[in-house]
Ligand binder design. Structure first.
Ligand SMILES: Cc1cc2nc3c(=O)[nH]c(=O)nc-3n(C[C@H](O)[C@H](O)[C@H](O)COP(=O)(O)OP(=O)(O)OC[C@H]3O[C@@H](n4cnc5c(N)ncnc54)[C@H](O)[C@@H]3O)c2cc1C
Ligand SMILES: NC(=O)c1ccc[n+]([C@@H]2O[C@H](COP(=O)([O-])OP(=O)(O)OC[C@H]3O[C@@H](n4cnc5c(N)ncnc54)[C@H](O)[C@@H]3O)[C@@H](O)[C@H]2O)c1
Length: 478
C-alpha cells in the first residue's frame, strides 16, 4: 500500500487473491473499474498452492506408478520404484509453472492494483489494510475457507496434518491414517497408497463420497481397496493417542486403535470469516457460521461474496465464475444469479464426475438410464471396464443430471454439463456423432439405448411398421 492507494476512491475492493478474487478483480478491471485487490499471503489461493494443482500433480505421479504396476495385464512388465522427493519436486514444479498466471504482475497487467496486506473493514465504505485506511464504493469478499476444527481429544499434542501441510512432506509416510472420506480424503488416500504408504481411510458415514451416487462411490471404494487402502466406513474418529516423532494411534468410536506414522485430518471445511470486521461493513453472519446471502450479495448493499467463503459449491470453477458474476453485479449494477448447474469431479482413478440432479432414487417424472462400461469399447480395449454412465432424464427425454465413473469421466462430463444447461434431449444426443472409440460412447450409448426403447414403444412401433409395410408395396423408382 502506498500513499496513492490510500488516496484513491476504489470502485471495487477485492478481499482475497484466490480464484474468486483473482477472476472477480480482472473482470471488474476489464469493465473499466478502479480495482484494489488485497491478499494477505500469496496470490493464487488454495487451488494453486495447496488444493487442485498440487493434488492433481501428486495424483498424476501416483497414477504413473499404478499404471506401471498393472501393465502386466496388457502384457507389459515393469519394475516400479517411487522416489518421493522427486515426486514432490514434480508437484512443486507444476505449481511454479502455473504461478505466474495468478501473480501480482499478471494482475497489474490486467489493470488491477494488487497489494499485500490483511483487510479489516472499518465502515460501510472504509477498510484498513494493515492499519492504512482505504475507501471503496463496493467490495468483493473472497477470503476462502479453512479446515473446520475436528475436535479430537489428544489431537493438539499429535500435530496432525491438515490438507495444506501435505505439500511440505519430504518423506513418504510408512503408515498414513486419513480421517474423512470426502473428496480430499479419498483423493489423498489413493495417491499415497499408490506411492507406497500403507493407508487407512476412516470415514464416519456409511460410505465414501457421501454426496455422490452411491453405486459410483462404491466403484471408487473398490478401486481404493485394490490399491491397498484399508477403507473403513461407519468409523468415527474419536480421539488421538500421540506417540513419539509424529507417530501415534487414532482411536475410533468403537474403541479400535489405528496406529499411524502420520495422521491427516481431511474433515469438513468452513468459511474464513474471522477478523474481517464484517459487522462494521454491515455484513451479517448467521448462527450457522455462514454468510447471510441473497444470491451473491451479502446483507450490505455494497458487499458481494464469491468462492468458498460463501460455503456453497466449493470448487475452483464456481469460485471463478461467481467471482466474475459478483464483479459484474457490483460494478455495473446488473443483477446476477449464480448458475445452479455445478459440475464436479473427484479425481480418483477411476474418476467420478457428476452434474445436475441425483442419478439414484426413484422420483416422479424421472427415468434413469444406465450404461455399464463393459459395453464401451474403449474401456474394453484398455481393460478398464469397472465403471458406468448414468443419465437422469425427464418426461420429455431432456437430460437433467448425470454421473460418470470411469477413466476420463471428468472430460466426458463437459458434454453432459452442456446437455443439462441446454435441456438437450436424448434423441438430440443420439444425432451428435461421437468419435469411436472414446469414453464419450458411455453417454452416447445410453442415449441410443433410450432412443431404441422409444422406437419399441407400442405407438411408435405401430407407425414405423405401417411405414415399412407401405414402402414394401411401393415400386422403386430408378
Ligand atoms: C486438497 C484440495 C484439493 C482440491 N481440488 C480441487 C479440484 O481439483 N477442483 C476444484 O474445483 N476444487 C478443488 N478444491 C477446492 C478449491 O481449492 C477451492 O474451491 C478454491 O480454491 C476456492 O477459491 P477461493 O478464491 O474461494 O478461496 P481461496 O483460494 O482460499 O482464496 C482466499 C484468499 O483470501 C486470502 N485472505 C483471507 N483472509 C484475508 C484477509 N482478511 N485479507 C486479505 N486476504 C485474505 C487468503 O490468503 C487466500 O489467498 C480442492 C481443495 C482442496 C483442499
Ligand atoms: N476434486 C475436487 O473438486 C475437490 C477436491 C478436494 C476438495 N474439494 C472441495 O473441498 C470441499 C471439502 O472437501 P473435503 O473432502 O475436505 O470435506 P467434506 O466435508 O466433503 O468431507 C469430510 C468428510 O469427513 C467425514 N468426517 C467428519 N468428521 C469425521 C470423524 N470424526 N471421523 C471420520 N470421518 C469424519 C465426513 O463424514 C465427510 O465425509 C469439497 O466439498 C469440494 O468442494 C474439491
Amino acid at each position: 500500500m502506498d500513499d496513492a492507494d490510500a488516496a484513491t476512491a476504489w470502485d471495487l475492493l477485492v478481499v482475497g487473491g484466490g480464484t474468486a478474487g483473482l477472476v472477480g478483480a480482472q473482470t471488474a478491471a476489464a469493465l473499466g473499474a478502479r480495482v484494489l485487490l488485497v491478499e494477505r499471503d500469496r496470490t493464487g489461493g488454495e487451488c494453486l498452492w495447496s488444493g487442485c494443482v498440487p493434488s492433481k500433480a501428486l495424483l498424476a505421479a501416483a497414477a504413473a506408478a499404478a499404471d506401471a504396476r498393472r501393465a502386466h495385464r496388457l502384457g507389459v512388465r515393469a519394475e516400479v520404484t517411487v522416489d518421493f522427493p522427486a515426486v514432490m519436486a514434480h508437484v512443486r514444479a507444476a505449481v511454479e509453472e502455473i504461478r505466474p498466471v495468478d501473480a501480482p504482475e499478471a494482475l497489474e497487467a490486467a489493470g488491477v492494483r494488487a497489494v499485500r496486506g490483511t483487510v479489516l473493514f472499518t465502515g460501510a465504505t472504509t477498510a484498513a489494510v494493515d492499519g492504512r485506511e482505504v475507501r471503496f464504493a463496493r467490495a468483493l469478499l473472497a477470503t476462502g475457507s479453512q479446515p473446520a476444527v475436528l475436535t479430537l481429544p489428544g489431537a493438539d499434542g499429535a500435530a496432525p496434518l491438515v490438507p495444506d501441510d501435505v505439500w511440505d512432506l519430504d518423506e513418504l509416510p510408512d503408515r498414513l491414517v486419513v480421517v474423512g472420506g470426502g473428496t480430499t480424503g479419498t483423493e489423498t488416500a489413493q495417491a499415497f497408497a499408490r506411492l507406497g504408504s500403507r493407508v487407512v481411510l476412516v470415514e464416519a458415514g456409511p460410505r465414501l463420497l457421501p454426496g455422490e451416487d452411491a453405486d459410483a462411490a462404491a466403484v471408487v471404494a473398490d478401486a481404493l481397496r485394490a490399491d491397498g487402502v484399508d477403507v473403513r466406513t461407519g468409523a468415527r474418529a474419536s480421539s488421538v493417542q500421540p506417540g513419539a516423532g509424529g507417530a501415534g494411534s487414532l482411536v475410533l468410536a468403537d474403541g479400535a486403535e489405528v496406529p499411524y506414522d502420520r495422521l491427516l485430518l481431511a474433515g469438513p471445511r468452513r468459511p474464513r470469516l474471522e477478523g474481517l470486521g464484517l459487522r462494521a461493513a454491515g455484513v451479517e453472519v448467521g448462527d450457522d457460521g455462514q454468510l447471510v446471502l441473497d444470491g451473491l450479495r451479502t446483507t450490505s448493499p455494497r458487499v458481494w461474496a464469491a468462492g468458498d467463503v460463501t460455503g456453497e459449491d466449493t470448487y475452483t470453477h464456481t469460485a471463478g465464475g461467481r467471482g466474475s458474476d459478483a464483479a459484474v453485479a457490483a460494478v455495473l449494477g446488473l443483477p446476477r444469479r449464480p448458475s445452479r448447474v455445478v459440475p464436479r469431479v473427484t479425481f480418483t482413478d477411476p474418476e467420478l464426475a457428476a452434474v445436475g440432479e441425483p442419478t439414484t432414487g426413484a422420483r416422479p417424472g424421472r427415468r434413469v438410464l444406465h450404461q455399464a462400461h463393459d459395453h464401451v469399447d474403449r474401456a474394453v480395449a484398455e481393460g478398464r471396464t469397472a465403471g458406468f454412465t448414468r443419465l437422469v432424464v425427464d418426461r420429455r427425454g431432456r437430460v437433467r443430471g448425470a454421473t460418470v465413473v470411469g477413466p476420463r469421466a471428468g472430460e466426458v462430463l463437459a458434454e453432459l454439463t452442456a446437455a443439462v444447461v441446454d435441456g438437450t434431449t436424448t434423441s438430440a444426443l443420439v444425432a451428435r456423432t461421437h468419435p469411436y472409440p472414446t469414453y464419450g460412447d458411455g453417454p452416447w450409448n445410453a442415449a441410443i439405448a433410450d432412443y431404441r426403447r422409444w422406437l419399441g414403444t407400442a405407438p411408435v412401433r405401430a407407425v414405423t411398421r405401417a411405414l415399412v409395410a407401405v414402402r414394401r408395396r411401393l415400386p422403386v423408382r430408378g
